[in-house]
Design a protein around this ligand. Structure first.
Ligand code: ATP
Ligand code: MG
Ligand code: MG
Length: 372
């Protein structure tokens, strides 16, 4: 059978592999952690650093198609693999690995609104930005950030002095803080022949800057949902997208304004609900797009809620499994439990089960190991 090579062995790689296997593909993983979450369910794992050129060449040799589960892939090493197809291309990685390139592309090529932003090289640049853009602003590293790492709130000029004391050794961007009413996301893919498919919009809630819950379909007007789908379509078209792209957005329902926050050139945490709730999951959609299979129309069977299990919440949830036949429980198989680490998730379908899961989540949080 054809072999799909995945760079990265985390939960996204695992769920990609779990989608590809029943379709008859062989799956290989490149990851430095032995027996990684994805490696456990794949046909083979090459255990090496992501940027190890020899290991990457070996994965490429073994594979017909290469994909990745995160955006900070070594683009140079990847572009040197000539004997393998990389349907998503290198440009997608290049654009999405740098916030300035990404926001510039979204604004100028896809012609979709983003928060006002400016590149910051020196404290003087930041001072200028504060004076010209006003506050509040958010300063971010241009690359490598996730779960809010590498971000600083700039609420007034006094924060400049504070920033100067610990000026980050990184390339920076500052953007206007958007007054949004909700954060939403939409997964989009595009097939080899150019057909674009979106999944229902998810409404996202964060805790400690980490995604906690996603509710789909989002509780927003039909009109706003339509606008968001149009935005996703514009971006997918501008990128000549292959594979799944996660689009994070801010919306303000009173002004009907929408801003794109960021893109993920891969399936996204907020799309996990699609495993149980829609015609095909974002992971199957991703596989289908990269191997050149058509993508069906996506229908949502029932409203769905996904709850991330962080740190020891996974253990609490496993203990409660016997009382919750309605849970679709996902354990990523991570060997080490760490605070705030994404260890697994639960998805439920239907309004009653959503209410029950939200209740359970309110009383079962990291570090509160009481059991019902
Ligand atoms: P992820 O884990 O999603 O990759 P990240 O570290 O790349 O996160 P962002 O998504 O840019 O960071 O920002 C994290 C969160 O901070 C957002 O989900 C949002 O709640 C808030 N945020 C970021 N940028 C802005 C902004 N310009 N205006 C308002 N809130 C923002
Ligand atoms: Mg991000
Ligand atoms: Mg984000």
């Amino acid at each position: 059978p054809a072999t799909i090579g995945i760079i990265g062995g985390g939960q996204l790689g695992r769920m990609m592999a779990l989608a590809a296997k029943p379709m008859g593909y062989r799956v290989g993983i490149l990851d430095p952690t032995p027996d990684s979450p994805a490696g456990q369910v794949a046909d083979f794992q090459i255990t090496a650093e992501y940027n190890d050129a020899t290991a990457l060449a070996k994965l490429a040799d073994e594979s017909d198609v290469i994909t990745y589960e995160f955006e900070n892939v070594d683009q140079n090493a990847l572009s040197q693999q000539s004997n393998v197809r990389i349907p998503q291309g290198i440009a997608l990685l290049d654009i999405t690995s740098n916030r300035i390139q990404e926001k510039t592309f979204i604004r100028d090529e896809a012609q979709v609104p983003v928060a006002d932003f400016v590149e910051i090289k020196t404290p003087a640049d930041l001072e200028k930005a504060i004076l010209s853009m006003g506050t509040p602003l958010i300063l971010k590293t241009t690359s490598g950030g996730y779960d809010g790492h590498g971000q600083w709130d700039i609420n007034d000029i006094a924060d400049l002095a504070e920033m100067k004391k610990h000026w980050p050794n990184a390339q920076l961007i500052v953007e206007k803080k958007i007054q949004f009413t909700r954060e939403v996301s939409v997964m989009v893919t595009r097939s080899a022949n150019g057909d674009i498919t979106t999944w229902p919009i998810a409404e996202n809630n964060h805790q400690h800057h980490i995604l906690k819950t996603s509710l789909a379909p989002a509780n927003i007007s039909h009109q706003l949902a339509q606008k968001i789908e149009d935005i996703a379509t514009k971006i997918a078209t501008a990128l000549s997208l292959r594979g799944v792209l996660g689009v994070e957005l801010f919306i303000n329902e009173s002004t009907e304004e929408i801003w794109v926050n960021e893109l993920a050139p891969r399936p996204h945490n907020s799309g996990h609900y699609s495993i149980e709730a829609t015609t095909i999951s974002q992971f199957e959609g991703h596989i289908r797009s990269i191997v050149g299979l058509p993508i069906p129309q996506i229908e949502c069977f029932k409203p769905a809620l996904m709850l991330n299990l962080l740190g020891d919440e996974l253990i609490q949830a496993r203990q409660a499994l016997a009382n919750h036949p309605e849970w679709h429980f996902h354990d990523y198989g991570k060997a080490v439990v760490k605070q705030h680490r994404k260890m697994g998730h639960i998805t439920v379908l239907g309004e009653d089960n959503i209410a029950k899961l939200l209740n359970w989540a309110a009383t079962h949080q990291e570090g509160t190991e009481d059991e019902q």
